[in-house]
Design a binder for this molecule. Structure first.
Ligand code: CAA
Length: 240
């Protein structure tokens, strides 16, 4: 059945692949984006998927953004909380702002999107929320106390909300990607990235589409008995 699906951070990287995959599944997909106007316009021109701008870390803006989507397309049944940023640095160099921005956007964004959409899913008796966590939220990562804490928080958030949604037909799951070939990973200094890739048993970076396939399963009717779970898609880098 065709549903209205919102993918945050949906115009680039993993989010873009998720948008395309959900569209191929027959859903009405809406991509959210925060700032890269040029990329968002190119994305819409290439895919036909509408892109709506708001900052998921801003509570009021998220409520308004989701209300605009619902006014234009109807109730939101599927939410993919994919938007995320990095501000890497060892603790002694990390500023409070680096800490706060990552928590505000990566973890706060999940709360804000759930506040905007979970009550409606609960009332209608069907919903799917997939939160994109990270291998680095499971295992930690040197230089990422902010990101690892936010992503680890996403895994806890997922398990708590899954318990609240279960009896209302709303599943809440997480995917923990490993290192995926995106702009975010390309920003890791080359010598550091080489060492990381050397530790991936499959011997390569993942592809965004490989995360999108997991999202397709978790959001389908076939995934109805799967809730509160974390699907690790990381080439065997961390077996958890
Ligand atoms: N464990 C122990 N020591 C480490 C280490 C590790 N994992 N990584 C680096 N070090 C050590 C280095 O060997 C070095 O030690 P020496 O000075 O004794 O040689 C010291 O730490 C400093 O290392 P750098 O030169 O790298 O330090 P820097 O200050 O220039 O940079 C950093 C620090 C910004 C954290 C950099 O190491 C970095 O970018 N690391 C990658 C972080 C990362 O993996 N980010 C993931 C981004 S993608 C993503 O997050 C998506 C996802 O979900 C997977």
């Amino acid at each position: 059945m065709a549903r209205v699906a919102v993918v945050t951070g949906g115009t680039r990287g993993i989010g873009e692949a998720i948008c395309q995959r959900l569209k191929r599944q027959g859903h009405q997909v809406i991509a959210n984006y925060a700032g890269n106007e040029e990329k968002a316009q190119a994305f819409t021109a290439a895919t036909g998927i509408p892109a709506y701008r708001w900052d998921v870390g801003d509570h009021e803006a998220t409520l308004e953004g989701c209300a605009r989507v619902e006014a234009d397309f109807g109730p939101i049944d599927i939410v993919i909380n994919n938007a995320g940023i990095t501000r890497d640095g060892t603790l002694h160099r990390m500023t409070f702002e680096d800490w706060n921005e990552v928590l505000r956007i990566n973890l706060g964004g999940c709360f804000n999107m759930a506040k905007a959409t979970f009550p409606g899913m609960r009332e209608r008796g069907w919903g799917r929320i997939v939160n994109i966590g990270s291998i680095n939220g499971q295992a930690g990562q040197y230089g990422q106390v902010n990101y690892a804490a936010a992503k680890s928080g996403i895994h806890g958030f997922t398990k708590a909300l899954a318990q609240e949604g279960a009896k209302f037909g709303v599943t809440v799951n997480a995917i923990a990607p490993g290192y995926i070939d995106t702009d975010m990973v390309a920003a890791v200094p080359a010598p550091v990235l080489e060492k990381i890739v050397a530790k991936i048993p499959v011997g390569r970076l993942g592809m965004a589409e490989e995360i999108a396939r997991g999202v397709a399963f978790l959001t389908s009717d076939n995934g109805g008995f799967v809730t509160g779970s974390t699907m690790s898609i990381n080439g065997g880098q961390h077996m958890y």
